[in-house]
Design a protein around this ligand. Structure first.
Ligand code: 3PG
Length: 217
């Protein structure tokens, strides 16, 4: 958690995993997330709109922490940084992409789902990792198992997390934040129903706050 951007993300406890098909949706979406008290946007490189969307959020919604998700190549990582991405997320552990980011001081959260991958990340000095695909990889049971040998590692479980299991993940001690797409449904984005996104976001943020308050009470 040495990097400020990750300290902020951990304080929110939530990362919206976003797929945009039109860069015109990027700024209204970022504003909708902010209105739900989550000024964070992870825009995935799953569409051609990703880079332009990241650029616009950086320029027009500067209070929002904007990251690039689903980064699969060094070229995408470079492009993401050029357009203003403040951090990089990869679904799996790609040593080439990780090396590029570490060498260039770009915050990166690589995806892992087993001890071997965790140890590869540790070799690069990384101790904040995406746990993906969380539910399909053993979910909470796997996170609890990883907490034994890797007590200094924190995870961002993503993949199958939603409003129903959010509290259970947030309550787990080695979880820094959870990620997911459920607060940014594709149909809400394409139909311009940004109020729904604000509502879903505010509900999720409330769950995070309530769960954390209960844990420290
Ligand atoms: C990701 O790339 O992090 C996942 O696709 C998000 O998973 P979810 O859609 O199950 O939330």
């Amino acid at each position: 958690m040495e990097q400020t951007v990750y300290a902020k993300i951990a304080s929110y406890g939530l990362v919206p995993v976003i797929k945009l098909t039109d860069p015109d949706h990027a700024v209204p979406l970022a504003e909708a997330l902010s209105a739900g008290r989550l000024p964070v946007a992870e825009v995935t490189f799953r569409t051609d709109s990703a880079a332009e969307s990241i650029r616009r959020i950086g320029r027009e919604a500067p209070d929002v922490i904007v990251g690039a998700g689903t980064v699969l190549t060094v070229e995408q990582a470079k492009q993401a940084v050029e357009v203003g991405a403040q951090y990089i997320v990869t679904p799996g552990f790609n040593p080439t992409v990780v090396r590029y980011c570490v060498d260039n001081g770009v915050p990166i959260t690589p995806g892992v789902n087993n001890p071997t991958a965790v140890e590869q990340a540790l070799e690069f000095g990384l101790t904040l990792l995406k746990f993906f695909p969380a539910e399909a990889s053993g979910g909470l049971a796997m996170l609890k198992a990883l907490a034994g040998p890797y007590g200094h590692v924190s995870f961002v479980p993503t993949g199958g997390v939603n409003g129903d299991n959010l509290a259970a993940y947030i309550a787990q001690k080695n979880v820094a934040a959870v990620g997911g797409s459920w607060i940014v449904p594709g149909d809400a984005i394409t139909t311009g129903d940004f109020k729904r996104i604000t509502t879903l976001t505010a509900e999720a943020i409330e769950i995070v706050k309530t769960t954390r308050a209960a844990a420290t009470a």
